[in-house]
Design a protein around this ligand. Structure first.
Ligand code: FES
Length: 324
């Protein structure tokens, strides 16, 4: 599977060719090159980072079709109680609009050595796994099965595509009616380690279940995509200030913006990829200040000296000093 990086194919915006609802609160967007050129090659599991009309930067998995070059597609679930990014996409983006593009990457690629694949999707986490299933369906002799967990049929993205796909025998769709006691029983899938690789994307509870039940599998066979660490235990966002040791710049981070976004806006370059506290690219030195660490990357002994600015914030509005 080819690596996906927009660094080799610079592109600063995508144009919305089509926007349409595909399930309850889920909108699909078709995105094209603003000048009508072919888009860069990508592989299943890739994501792109877009600015919403409100200026949030969000990561979205490409969901296929995997062989199209004239457009990419993403599906966005409007989270009424989210941080505003999905609502801005669902409510404020119109066909013809251009959305600033901040790059793309694939941190969740299919393992080219794997001969068998178990794909476990929860809710809107289906998007990268739908692309994987399409890819595997085109791969001779690939063995795979896609498990789609959702509340009900109305809230399931790509339902008719999955039911009508030539590879529909490789799909199990499970509805739990929002009742965790009716969740898909994953144990029969994971009880006996096999040659299969397991890919999971979905709500934290589903990923935690897969993690818990796969502890006896080789770790390199278990793959997760997470565009958000669990928000459990996070405090309410507050505005805070950061001081940059080397330039002396003082930057205010409003409650509805990430530290990374504000650094970028101030012209400070910090590497980034997932923007959800999972990849490790934005690791930044911390010189002073109390941090609420919200990432899933830093080890306990790194937390006193580093911060992941894509998700982490100061405690109680305290000023932070960064090694920048
Ligand atoms: S950009 Fe991935 S952890 Fe911050």
């Amino acid at each position: 599977m080819s690596h996906f990086s927009l660094a080799v194919a610079p592109l600063s915006a995508l144009q919305v060719r089509r926007k349409h609802p595909i399930a309850r609160d889920i909108v699909r967007f078709e995105l094209t090159h603003p000048q009508g050129q072919d888009l860069p090659d990508w592989s299943a599991g890739a994501h792109i980072r877009l600015s919403t009309p409100q200026g949030h930067i969000r990561s979205y998995s490409l969901c296929g079709p995997v062989d199209a070059r004239d457009h990419w597609a993403i599906a966005v679930k409007r989270e009424a109680n989210g941080r505003g990014g999905s609502a801005s996409m669902a409510d404020e983006v119109h066909e013809g609009d251009e959305l600033p593009l901040h790059g793309g990457d694939n941190l969740f690629a299919l393992d080219p050595q794997a001969t068998e694949h178990i794909l476990i999707a929860g809710g809107i986490g289906l998007t990268p796994l739908y692309a994987m299933a399409q890819t595997l369906a085109l791969t001779p002799a690939a063995k795979f099965h896609l498990y789609v967990c959702s509340r009900d049929a109305e809230g399931t993205a790509f339902l008719s595509e999955l039911q009508q796909a030539p590879w529909r025998d490789h799909v199990t769709i499970h509805h739990d009616a929002g009742d965790t006691s009716q969740a898909l029983d994953l144990w029969p899938l994971l009880e006996t380690p096999s040659a299969a690789h397991v890919y999971c994307c979905g709500p934290q509870g589903l990923m935690d279940s897969v993690r818990d039940m796969s502890g006896h599998w080789p770790t390199h066979h278990i793959h997760f995509e997470s565009f958000g660490a669990s928000q459990e235990g996070w405090s309410e966002n507050q505005a805070f200030e950061v001081v940059l040791r080397h330039s002396g710049q003082r930057i205010t981070v409003p409650a509805d913006r990430s530290l990374l976004e504000c650094l970028r806006q101030a012209g400070v370059r910090v590497a980034s990829s997932c923007e959800s506290g999972t990849c490790g690219s934005c690791k930044t030195g911390l010189l002073a200040g109390a941090v609420e660490h919200r990432d899933m990357v830093l080890l306990a002994d790194e937390q006193a000296t580093h911060i992941m600015p894509c998700v982490s914030r100061s405690v109680g509005g305290a000023t932070l000093e960064l090694d920048l």
